[in-house]
Ligand binder design. Structure first.
Ligand code: ZN
Length: 312
């Protein structure tokens, strides 16, 4: 949760882990508490709050602000998040998919010109935000950019969405952790097995740590995951011809091996004309891309609608 002033400067920011599976009521209660804390600590009168922008890790029907059948947060499906916050703060509220907001935040903070770009988040799941001609492209219903459920291997493992072989089931942070755990159990890596014994289970961060210590199996898993993501992105590069691909999410903490594998797959598989000026990089905003984008979204919406700003 971040509070911004009218000059687009973040004046308060709070980073707190939230389990979306605990449902919208419990999560929104914590979010509201943080917003109120921010208002208190910055001595901002709640009446001065003009808008709230919020990103969620699931598909959003932008016109209604509703999440539609979100795979990792089923309890939120159809829940009126916007109404809940409007009722609490009496202000304008705009809800979007979190990766769309990350793309927007990155575009506004970047010194490079970025009109056509993709922001790819690789965390627990995988998703992307599309910038087309300088604006977020949401598609007909708001589902554009959901690359985590593109089929990358027909015979691959089952995904949280019910299908098999989705990119997310093969190459996300959760998939990487699961593969590392299997490797540890199969005796393929002494280091991963040791980490697993110490902690009971493995996370993406553990795999990143093993890569930094030169573990071959962890290196193979991360490299393969980068190649999978790169293969899907290569198709998107041919189709969309972006000038920049930014990668964010917890995968960036595992180091540059993943990025190198993504780059390799894209440059190998995409057409020369579409990669001639293509930059593929890790996000420069680290954890702040989402909140920065949420602020930009709120301003854009307020100023594109004269009725919304009539009371400012
Ligand atoms: Zn899926």
């Amino acid at each position: 949760v971040a509070l911004s002033n009218a000059r687009n400067e973040i004046v308060a920011i709070y980073d707190q882990a939230l389990d979306v599976r605990s449902g919208p009521t419990a999560c929104l209660k914590e979010i509201i508490t943080l917003i109120r804390l921010g208002l208190r600590e910055t001595s901002i009168n709640p009446q001065q709050l003009v808008a709230i922008g919020m990103g969620v890790p699931g598909p959003v029907e932008y016109s209604s602000g509703l999440l539609i059948a979100p795979p990792i947060m089923p309890a939120w499906g159809g829940y009126a998040v916007r109404d809940h916050l409007v009722e609490e703060f009496g202000t304008q509220v705009f809800i979007d998919n979190e990766v769309n907001l990350m793309a927007l935040g990155e575009m506004w903070s970047s010194e490079a010109i970025m009109n056509n770009a993709l922001f790819v988040k690789v965390g627990t799941g995988i998703g992307s935000g599309i910038l087309c001609n300088g604006a977020i492209y949401r598609g007909a219903d708001g589902a554009a950019g959901d690359i985590g459920h593109v089929c990358a291997d027909e015979h691959g493992p089952r995904c949280s969405c019910g299908n098999t072989g989705c990119l997310e089931a093969l190459a996300s942070g959760a998939a990487i952790a699961a593969q590392a755990q299997e490797a540890a159990a199969a005796g393929k890596s002494e280091l991963l097995a040791q980490l697993c014994r110490e902690k009971g289970s493995l996370t993406l961060a553990d795999v990143g740590k093993a890569v930094k210590e030169g573990d071959q199996e962890a290196t193979r898993i991360i490299k393969e995951s980068g190649q999978r993501v790169g293969q899907v992105l290569a198709g998107l590069v041919n189709f969309f011809n972006p000038e920049r691909i930014m990668i964010g999410g917890s995968i960036t903490q595992t180091g540059y091996l993943f990025l190198a594998a993504v780059r390799h797959a894209i440059y190998n598989r995409s057409l020369p004309l579409s990669t001639r000026h293509l930059a593929i990089e890790y996000s420069q905003l680290e954890g702040q891309a989402g909140v920065s984008g949420a602020v930009i979204l709120a301003w854009q919406e307020l100023f594109s609608n004269p009725y919304a700003t009539a009371h400012l």
